[in-house]
Design a protein. Sequence first.
Length: 74
Amino acid sequence: MRLIDCEVFQEVRVVGFDAGCRSKERLLQLGIIPGAILKIKRLAPFSGPLIVSIEGSDVVLGRGIAKKIIVEKV
């Protein structure tokens, strides 16, 4: 399942990425690594960004990059 397909308040575990080197590097810098638990806090309307919580910090992700994050339900 892709992060973009999750619902608000759902908790998921990062399994991997379907992204290029630069996108992977950026996600790793944000703390979005395989095994990390993310909680979806907000899905902005009209193709806006997602806000996810990771280890107590909120991270804003565009829908394009959210499509590249592969997750599983916790």
